[in-house]
Design a protein around this ligand. Structure first.
Ligand code: HEM
Length: 179
C-alpha cells in the first residue's frame, strides 16, 4: 500500500482525534515501519489494518465507518494531487465507470507497485451504474466514500447500495443511482 494512504490517514486521525491518538495507535500496532511513512514509499497493508483496528477500539467507531470517512477525505487528496485526471471527466457516472480502464491504469503508471482493486462494470446507463468491486483488501467502504465525493465534486448526489457477494467483503456489488 502506498505511503500517501498512510500519511493522509494519520493526518486525518490527528485532525479529528489529536496527536496523542496518533501516537497511541502507532504504539499499539507494533509496526514494521515503526509508523514512519513517506508518501512515495510502499508499506504492508497489514499495517493499515492494525492502525484501523486500534483506532476503532479506542473510538468505538466501526472500521467500516472509519474507512467511509477516510475515503471521503482521500477524494480531496485526489482532487488536489491529480487535478488533470479528475478534469478529464464532466460526469460522475462516466468517471466511476472509467476507474478500471483509465484512472487506476494511470495510477499504476506513476506507482507500478500500487495495490489497486478491480471494478467490473455490469450495467451502465445515463443515471445508473452497477459494478462489482474485487480486492483482497476489502476496502469497499473506502470506495463508497470516494464514490460519494465523486458525485459531490460534480454538484450532484446518488443513492448507492452495496450487496456483498463474498461474506468477507472481497467482492461487493455497488448499485449507483443518480438522484
Ligand atoms: C486505491 C488513486 C479514484 C477506488 C487507490 C490508491 C491510489 C488511488 C494511489 C492506493 C494504492 C495503494 O495503496 O497501493 C486514485 C486516483 C483516482 C482514484 C488518482 C482519481 C483520479 C478512485 C475512485 C474510486 C477508487 C473514484 C471509487 C470507488 C479505490 C479503492 C482503493 C483505491 C477502493 C483501495 C485499494 C483496494 O480496495 O484494493 N486509488 N484513485 N479510486 N482506489 Fe483509487
Amino acid at each position: 500500500m502506498k505511503g500517501i494512504v498512510f500519511t493522509e490517514f494519520l493526518d486525518l486521525v490527528e485532525d479529528k482525534f489529536g496527536m496523542e491518538m496518533v501516537d497511541s495507535i502507532i504504539e499499539a500496532s507494533e509496526l514494521e515501519s515503526e509508523g514512519v511513512y513517506t508518501s512515495i514509499g510502499t508499506y504492508n497493508f497489514s499495517e493499515m489494518l492494525s492502525l484501523l483496528s486500534n483506532l476503532s477500539e479506542r473510538t468505538n467507531i466501526t472500521i467500516d465507518d472509519l474507512l467511509l470517512v477516510y475515503g471521503e477525505h482521500f477524494f480531496s487528496v485526489i482532487e488536489r494531487s491529480y487535478i488533470g485526471l479528475v478534469d478529464t471527466y464532466n460526469d460522475p457516472i462516466e468517471m466511476l465507470a472509467s476507474i478500471e480502464n483509465h484512472i487506476h491504469v494511470e495510477v499504476r503508471k506513476i506507482y507500478p507497485e500500487a495495490e489497486l482493486p478491480t471494478f467490473i462494470v455490469e450495467e451502465k446507463s445515463k443515471d445508473l451504474l452497477i459494478m462489482v468491486y474485487k480486492s483482497s483488501r476489502a476496502m469497499y467502504y473506502f470506495g463508497l466514500g470516494l464514490m460519494n465525493r465523486t458525485f459531490k465534486h460534480f454538484n450532484t448526489t446518488a443513492e448507492i447500495t452495496l450487496e456483498k457477494i463474498a461474506e468477507d467483503g472481497t467482492e461487493v456489488r455497488f448499485i449507483i443511482r443518480r438522484n
